[in-house]
Design a protein around this ligand. Sequence first.
Ligand code: KG4
Ligand code: ZN
Length: 341
Amino acid sequence: MEKEDVLILAVESSCDETAASVVKNGREVLSNIISSQIALHTQYGGVVPEIASRKHIEKINQVIREALEEAGAALQDISAVAVTYGPGLVGALLVGVSAAKAISFASGIPLVGVHHIEGHICANYIENKELQPPFICLVVSGGHSHLVKVKDYGEYEILGRTRDDAAGEAFDKVARAIGLGYPGGPKIDKVSRQGNAQAISFPRAKVADAVYDFSFSGLKSAVLNYLNSCEMKGIPICQADVAASFQKAVVDVLVEHSMQAVKEYGLDKFAIAGGVASNTSLREALAKACAEQKIAFYHPSPVFCTDNAAMIGVAGYYEYCRGVRHGYDLNAVPNLRLGER
Ligand code: KG4
Ligand code: ZN
């Protein structure tokens, strides 16, 4: 390690992954440890907040220790401890925030609180070394669907957001309704490959007064209505066709809004982030649309799309470079807004 290297130790515990990472100079991931609770929550059909918090407490120290070991770093090599402090489940967030504060207090290393969505966006910097703001980013995860203009490092303008369900939430709910189980996104992604996306015509919702806002609850209801009416008529459903037609309805809206924003703001770079960004069909459709518009398309590898701490380390680095420091009064903020400090 060179003396001038900036090493960030990052901690993430906002939902159901306990994660820690060491990131060098903002773009090089030295370690990325993720302890997933998915198997644990699967038996309940979704994340149970109380169980998530307890599991984070059990795992957090071990995960942080492993991240330092794998990076070959000691605490004295670390320039700052970055931690997700919102948005997310309050009890889950508190575990990471408390661990990061304890490390900072005991070692004197500065503390930097990071917005979870900023982390998702910054995941794009890991494998795309040349990517720099400004660009448009579509953030689609289990809890969020945002269309964001990334004006500069740490500077964001939200162009649109979901009015109801997040895209990933819609995937999870529809998957449950057609008997695929939790987590729904990857399962719908897989089963859709065997289905016909034109088989059922589901609605593409538009929000009248806000062109970039999303709404997925009407689509979810349309799928449920379709399933009910098939049941009442005694018609067997084709799981793959429902999955593929639903997925196509989500993808069409996400692509249309994204391309409209890129055009209106005159930017030549577009990125995607969040768990749903690992969806094969969405990636293919966006890659095609960007190629047609002659726009550079950026996306993180699937491991950096779903929750991880490396993305928090990258965002933490840029916040640290901007001079952001948090005190020991840093608290978990479950509904923290992007751009708020
Ligand atoms: O970003 P993430 O790990 O957590 C949040 O911050 O919410 O996103 C998790 C969400 C879940 O709703 C999951 O079903 C969805 O991302 N997801 C996918 C895929 N992989 C994960 N959705 C569609 N296709 C996928 N391949
Ligand atoms: Zn997330």
